[in-house]
Each structure stands twice: as C-alpha cells, then as structure tokens.
Design a protein around this ligand. Structure first.
Ligand code: UT7
Length: 332
C-alpha cells in the first residue's frame, strides 16, 4: 500500500490594522525604544481593537483567504484544530465558534492549548489524522489576541506580545519525500510557574480579589524562561537535523518562534545557518504566540519553492517545545 504523507497545501493569515509601537509603550510604562529593540528585536506589534472582537474573528479573515486560495468552501473542511491560549471563551471551543462563523457544516474540531508551541502540536496532530487515511483535509489555525490577557502596566510582558493569526490546510500527498516529514515535540510541567495566568481557571476561579490583584494577566519570569528557551529550541532543532541527516546547506529556511531575537539567533547559530535563511517577523508583529509560525509561512509563502527544506521550531509556556521538519510541497 502506498504510504499517505501529509503536506501543507495552502496558507492564510490575518493581522489587525492597529499598530502599537515602542513609542506608544513609552507612554504606558517605564521603558524605551532602545531597550526594547536591543533586548528583544521588536519595533511594533498589532492590536485587535473593537468591542466584542475575539480570536475567532481574526480566524474568519485568515481562513476565508485560505479557502479562496485553495478553491474550496468551508463545507469541504473535515477537521478544525484551533491552537490558541486566548480562546473566545473557556467553552464552547473557538473551533465551534469559527465553524459557525464561516459556515463549516461538515467538520468536527476542537481547541488545542500548548502556548507558543501550540501550532507545532496542531501540525503534528493533523499530520497523523491525514496519514491514518481517515481524513482528506485538516485545517490548523494558530493565533492569539494576546492583548486580551496582557497587563499594560507590566513592562516585563507588555512590550513583547501582539495579536495575529495564521492557518494552514493539511492534505494527503502521494508524492515521494514531500510534506511533513518528522517531529521532535516535548512538554515539561516544571515550567508551569515561570509563564502562566494565575487566576481564571479551576484552581483559582475569578474573584473580585483576583481581578484587583491583576492575576488574570500573563505572568512571566523572563530570565528563567529565556534560559530554558535558548537551549530548548536549539536542542530540538539540532536533533531534527541530525535525525534526518540534514546539513545547514540542505536547509532553505528556519521558521522559528519569535519570542526574542537573541533566542532565534542562538538557534540559527547552533544549526550553522546564516541570517539569510531565518524567517523573522518579530520586528513588526512581536510575539503572537500561536500565530507566529503560520504568520511566518503566510508572509514568506511566495518565496517558498517546492522541495525547500524547512525546520519549524518553538518554545513556550508549560514548558512546551519542539521542531518539525517539512519539505515544502508547492510553488505559489
Ligand atoms: O514566547 C514564550 C516564551 N518566552 C520567551 O521565550 C521569553 C524569554 N525571555 C526574554 O525574552 C527576556 O527575558 C525578556 C525580553 C522578557 C527580558 O529581557 P532580559 O534581558 O532578560 O531583561 P531582565 O528581565 O533581566 O532585565 C534587565 C534590566 C533590569 O534592570 P536592572 O535590574 O538590570 O537595573 C530590568 O528592570 O532591564 C530592566 N527592564 C526594562 N527596562 C526597560 C526589564 N524590562 C524592561 C523594559 N524596559 N520593558
């Protein structure tokens, strides 16, 4: 029997129009453009503004673009995996809300929560669904309205995050050696005290006191997360190269999570890659959490050629981290 492989066959993306620059942040907290740029590489981020607008509203824009590009309708979708830490509501899932908003009547789906590595975990799940032969397409959505859980009085976090969302369609391919080829994925709950939201879940349901203490916002011990991220992301990226006998020359693009330019540089260095092979959007979008990797693919899609070797890598809250090796399946 021919082995069914899974490949990305279309990409969509959406970022809201409103820009939050470093100069804007200087008016909110004690920070400055020079510090932010030199420590993180960020110049500006996008913010979703508008009463009642949620992560699923960005998804509607991105998914409709993807469907148009692929020439299919929402009713053709079979599975929707919505990777996010800023679901519209705790329940129902944003996958359900998205399916209703785009009119996807034949899909099942659910949300997947793995912080900044969510899109990688979603890609892995979609790949196995396709390889099993059970489904003929899976939509993987990754995105966040981080501005809904960021404390704009906390300079440790508000300078980093932005809003945005991307999506990919995964379909079977019988072509030899094309598609989503290998993955190294990891979690370690030791990291749960260094990047998290204290209140709002079942452990500490919302109370007036928790709101007053600003415990529904993201807390990050940046130094500790940095220490684990810088080795974690580089380790899995090097591991996936070794396992697949890839040299730096074989790799067309590193597609790294964008938490900090210094973490990205360390990963590229460990892989022996020059800066010309590294996708970067942290300067103009900041850290969009689940949105980062699909947004990079969306921005770079036209430059990607069939057969290009891509390594996607991420590190995030949990801790969660991993790398996925893809041989790009189409020319735009
Ligand atoms: O995406 C999920 C995973 N997340 C990550 O991978 C993030 C990992 N962490 C980081 O990227 C970095 O730790 C940060 C960008 C969050 C912080 O950078 P840092 O180089 O670790 O800064 P720091 O927290 O060690 O602070 C250095 C100095 C401190 O001042 P002193 O004590 O040296 O006088 C801070 O008070 O910079 C100060 N500082 C700031 N100054 C201006 C901290 N934040 C700011 C700020 N503006 N926003």
């Amino acid at each position: 029997m021919t082995k069914i492989s899974a490949a990305i066959t279309a990409v969509g993306g959406y970022v809201p129009p409103d820009v939050l620059s470093n100069a804007d942040l200087e008016k909110l907290v004690d920070t400055n453009d020079e510090w932010i740029l030199s420590r993180t590489g960020i110049k500006e981020r996008r913010i979703l503004k508008g009463e009642g607008l949620a992560t699923s509203d960005m998804a509607v824009e991105a998914v409709n673009e993807l469907l148009r590009k692929r020439g299919i309708t929402a009713n053709d979708l079979e599975v929707i995996i919505f990777c996010t830490v800023t679901a519209d509501k705790i329940f129902p899932s944003s996958a359900c809300i998205l399916a209703d908003k785009i009119g996807a009547k034949n899909a099942f789906g659910y949300d997947l929560a793995a912080a900044c590595s969510g899109f990688l975990f979603g890609l892995e799940t979609a790949t196995r669904f396709i390889e099993s032969g059970r489904y003929k397409n899976v939509l993987v959505v990754g995105g966040d309205k981080m501005s809904s859980i960021i404390d704009y009085t906390d300079r440790n976090t508000c300078i980093i995050f932005g809003d945005g969302l991307g999506c990919v369609l995964i379909e079977p391919t019988e072509e030899e050696n094309v598609g989503i080829i290998d993955s190294v994925l990891k979690i370690d709950g030791y990291g749960r005290n260094f990047l998290y939201q204290k209140a709002g879940g079942s452990q500490y349901p919302p109370t007036h006191e928790s709101i007053d203490a600003r415990e529904h916002f993201v807390y990050q011990d940046g130094k500790t997360v940095y220490k684990f991220a810088v080795t974690g992301m580089a380790d899995v990226s090097a591991q996936i190269m070794e396992r697949n006998h890839l040299t730096a020359d074989d790799i067309a693009w590193l597609v790294p999570h964008q938490a900090n330019l210094r973490i990205i540089d360390a990963t590229a260095e460990r892989m022996g890659l020059g800066k010309d092979k590294v996708m970067i959007n942290i300067d103009h979008f900041g850290n969009t959490t689940n949105g980062t990797l699909p947004l990079l693919l969306w921005e770079w899609e036209k430059k990607l050629k069939k057969g290009d070797n891509l390594v996607l890598a991420a590190f995030g809250g949990g801790f969660t981290w991993g790398a996925i090796y893809i041989k790009w399946a189409y020319n735009s």
